[in-house]
Ligand binder design. Structure first.
Ligand SMILES: NC(=O)c1ccc[n+]([C@@H]2O[C@H](COP(=O)([O-])OP(=O)(O)OC[C@H]3O[C@@H](n4cnc5c(N)ncnc54)[C@H](O)[C@@H]3O)[C@@H](O)[C@H]2O)c1
Length: 316
């Protein structure tokens, strides 16, 4: 069944990001929130996002108005979910809120409709327990800024059907996204687990005085960050070692030496947090630019990178 109409439940950062994406691809969107104020703010930001895409030729000229006409807003959950072929939930991350909402959406949504959550940290196995049709519930985890970053992690719960995963994959693919399906549920999925490992090491380097926050970020952006959009850690290892077997064999000892000196924190000690806070506030960019200006700078650069990276990577 073709997905023509999507309900976005929650109109914060993620909800408005999904609404930008769907509407820019010609899909009808019904944006729902419990706050009228949030709906108004979301519409303004969606327009800015679409104009930004148009400016960078990531959206055809003149298509902002066409896309905006695809979006309706409502404070009523039934009005949003009943006509939808696909529901994207984007409310704050909390099992009580999510389970209550999924129960209600499951009662309202037509039989064929897929119910997807954007949650970064909750498990679908737990949320879907609140529904009568758990097989149609799935995680679709996006990355901010959602209208620019193509990755969507698709994660089923124990009761999610293969059909739901397959339909969700096809839908995301048809929107020009790069979907990745996880074979099993794990907190943080792929992206946030990799980020968590990197963040712990960044905090450790700064808090032990190895380098400032500015230099850790510089090393990342002009080193790993620049190289790894092309490969990724697994292919990089294969190429760097002459083969993956060679990498594991030749670099085994030096990696072991590094790992021996690295932290295994499961929470950041307050002494380390204090040092990192001080160092981040000393960063040049933080002293010279506002939060909004930094985000704008990021998005301008991202749009340029995207033009090189798109159409999709031939192998990924
Ligand atoms: N912000 C991120 O970087 C990010 C990235 C990926 C995924 N996520 C996930 O996306 C989800 C939404 O995050 P966000 O950053 O957009 O949050 P947000 O706080 O910006 O927006 C949440 C919105 O949900 C609305 N809301 C609250 N309860 C509701 C209800 N019962 N029904 C309808 N609307 C309701 C709020 O009014 C608000 O507008 C979370 O699960 C989060 O983990 C966030």
């Amino acid at each position: 069944m073709e997905i023509k109409r999507v309900a976005c439940v929650g109109a914060g950062f993620i909800g408005l990001g999904w609404a930008t994406l769907y509407s820019s691809k010609g899909i009808e969107v019904i944006l729902h929130d419990i706050s009228n104020d949030m709906l108004g703010k979301a519409l303004k930001q969606i327009k800015l996002n679409l104009l930004f895409l148009e400016k960078h030729r990531l959206l055809k000229r003149g298509c902002t108005d066409v896309a905006l006409k695809k979006i309706k807003t409502t404070l009523n959950l039934t009005e949003a979910v009943y006509p939808a072929d696909f529901v994207t939930e984007c409310v704050p991350e909390n099992y009580t809120i999510n389970k209550k909402l999924f129960k209600a959406m499951d009662e309202i949504a037509p039989e064929h409709t897929i119910l997807a959550s954007s949650s970064s940290g909750l498990l679908m196995t737990e949320i879907q327990k609140a529904t009568n049709k758990p097989e149609r519930c799935v995680m679709t985890h996006p990355i901010l800024p959602l209208h620019l970053i193509p990755l969507v992690e698709i994660v089923g719960g124990e009761k999610t059907s293969k059909e739901t995963i397959m339909k969700t994959y096809k839908f995301m693919d048809s929107l020009g996204r790069t979907p990745v399906v996880l074979n099993k549920e794990v907190p943080g999925y792929i992206v946030n687990r990799l980020s968590a490992a990197l963040w712990r090491e960044a905090v450790s380097l700064v808090s032990t005085g190895v380098a400032s926050a500015e230099d850790v970020d510089r090393a990342f952006c002009k080193g790993i960050g620049l190289r790894d959009p092309i490969f990724g850690p697994c292919l990089r290892a294969h190429i760097a070692g002459g083969s993956i077997e060679g990498f594991l064999d030749k670099l085994h000892e030096s990696y072991t030496e590094r790992w021996k000196t690295m932290e295994t924190w499961t929470s950041i000690p307050s002494s380390a947090a204090k040092k990192v806070i001080k160092s981040v506030h000393e960063m040049n960019i933080i002293r010279k630019k506002t939060f909004v200006e930094i985000e704008e700078l990021r998005d301008e650069k991202l749009a340029k990178i995207l033009k090189i990276m798109l159409p999709k990577h031939p192998f990924y």
